[in-house]
Design a protein around this ligand. Structure first.
Ligand code: SAH
Ligand code: SF4
Ligand code: F3S
Length: 470
């Protein structure tokens, strides 16, 4: 079924915006440099690459630091309270810089701006913000910024309708060998704790041909690894008439010759046998699956509206491990959901031990206004929440070490991404199952896929050496 709410932005509108970019680049009093501060998930990181693409077309160049930029744009996240506070704090901090440099332009966009009432709040409480727009109209940046610069007035454009599908924006990618490729936008799942469906709109899939064309272009440019993005990639195509399924899309992308394909995020309820089969046979697919479970308690999973049970989840884990024995599993876990008892929490601990993930993102539940869970009784005492998350992190560290130990001596293929953080002389990269591997080597190897023998493990990374002569 085609999703009735999807608003396809006509190509003429994109061309019009790109024309405005050219005109903007000719303005005398325009900002010359930009800096984008990005919060949140890969979706936002990729949106920032599109925003940067537009700003470059408008004739601006990236400033070395935000303090030096003429235009600072904050691409915000509101998934948890701390994400939102951090973004607002940093926007407010720029107010001081603006006192010294009144020409500084400040922009805010992203998920937080799309929250109900936020546009009004920005207008009222953040008078130093020059331009604000939502997640559904990023393509209008050239028009909105032109207005702000030419009229010297504040421009706030936050549509109620954010279910837009936008093709044809310029993209300024951060890396020359890794690339994000969005395959679908939005989310229909309405997990009871989550604000994403409210700020990112309904699910809408990009046409498979558009995705394949984009990936072919990346492959031709020498990109080694793509990360397919969507809040729930497993339901790719469900919103389209004659749409192909996610496993079929992966199959087509495997034929483009791109060496490595990753994807996130998979919702366990939609993880199909066909996807598991494709992961087993498609050599381009990395052996990593991020499969957020959130909780190990059936009672809590129901209250979260996740629509699978602990048993169903474990069954899927069993299936994928049978089909792809060296798969690396990772997850997201929430503690202190309203009403979570000690027993519920122990169910989560037991599940994390049983699955033995390579790593896990652990979160303390954060109430989000407008979501169902925000109205639930049984808020958990913050001290108990902290205790629980610490126990869970300690358990996960133990599981990570257990998995790392099994990899010592193994041959892995690693896409070399740069220098190691702690030791500039070492190189670092990710193996197929998405674990960081550090090793000694020539920086010329950055951007290549190398065979590496794993020799040791530290807390969060593996260590290895290049297998010469392979
Ligand atoms: N679409 C992805 C997740 C997007 S948000 C999925 O369904 O897996 C990333 C993670 O943030 C979620 O998996 C969840 O663990 C966490 N999260 C979302 N809302 C939260 C909230 N209100 N409080 C705490 N953690 C939350
Ligand atoms: Fe949020 Fe659930 Fe959608 Fe993920 S699937 S974005 S957790 S509502
Ligand atoms: Fe945050 Fe929006 Fe992503 S709320 S986690 S940036 S989709």
């Amino acid at each position: 079924m085609r999703n009735e709410t999807t608003v396809r932005i006509p190509p003429e509108e994109i061309l019009y915006q790109r024309e405005l970019s050219k005109q903007f680049s000719l303005l005398k009093n325009r900002p010359r440099t930009y800096f984008i501060v990005t919060y949140g998930c890969q979706m936002n990181a990729h949106d920032s690459e599109k925003l940067a693409g537009m700003l470059e077309e408008m004739g601006m160049t990236l400033a070395p630091a935000k303090e030096q930029a003429d235009f600072v744009l904050h691409n915000t996240c509101c998934i948890r309270d701390n994400a939102e506070r951090k973004a607002l704090g940093n926007v407010t901090w720029l107010k001081e810089i603006k006192k010294e440099r009144p020409d500084l332009l400040i922009g805010v966009c992203g998920c937080m701006v799309q929250e109900p009432g936020m546009a009004e709040k920005i207008l009222r409480q953040y008078p130093f913000v020059d331009v604000a727009f939502g997640t559904g109209n990023i393509h209008r940046l050239p028009e909105l910024l032109s207005k702000a610069v030419e009229s010297r007035r504040r421009v706030v454009a936050v549509p109620d309708e954010q279910s837009t599908l936008i093709e044809g924006l310029p993209i300024q990618r951060e890396s020359s060998f890794q690339a994000y490729v969005t395959i679908m936008y939005g989310c229909n799942n309405f997990c009871s704790y989550c604000i994403v469906p409210y700020v990112r709109g309904r699910e809408r899939s990009r046409a498979a041909d558009d995705i394949v064309r984009e990936v072919e272009g990346l492959q031709e440019k020498g990109v080694k690894e793509i990360m397919l993005l969507g809040q729930n990639v497993n339901s790719y195509g469900n919103d389209m008439e004659n749409g192909i399924s996610f496993p079929k899309l992966l199959h087509r992308l495997g034929q483009t010759g791109i060496p490595r394909i990753r994807f996130m995020t998979s919702h366990p309820k939609d993880l199909s046998d066909a996807l598991i089969e494709e992961m087993a046979v498609n050599p381009a697919l990395c052996h990593h699956l991020h499969l957020p479970v959130q909780s190990g308690s059936n009672r809590i999973l129901t209250a979260m509206n996740r629509r699978y049970t602990r048993e169903q989840y474990l069954e899927k884990v069993k299936k994928i491990r049978a089909a792809v024995p060296d798969i690396g599993l990772t997850t997201d876990l929430i503690v202190a959901f309203p009403g979570e008892t000690e027993e519920d929490f122990l169910d989560t601990m037991a599940l994390a031990r049983e699955v033995c993930y390579d790593s896990a993102f652990t979160f303390i539940y954060s109430p989000r206004i407008g979501t169902k869970a925000a109205d639930l009784p049984g808020r958990i005492d913050p001290a108990i929440a902290s205790e629980r998350i610490e126990k869970l992190i300690a358990l996960q560290d133990e599981m990570t070490q257990k998995n790392f130990a099994t990899l010592i001596g193994a041959r892995e293929t690693v896409l070399v991404t740069g220098h190691a953080k702690r030791d500039e002389r070492q190189l670092t990269g990710k193996c197929s199952r998405n674990i960081s591997v550090n090793f000694e080597g020539n920086p010329d190897n950055i951007g290549k896929i190398l065979p590496i023998k794993i020799t040791a493990a530290s807390k969060t990374t593996l260590r290895g050496e290049i297998l010469e002569g392979e």
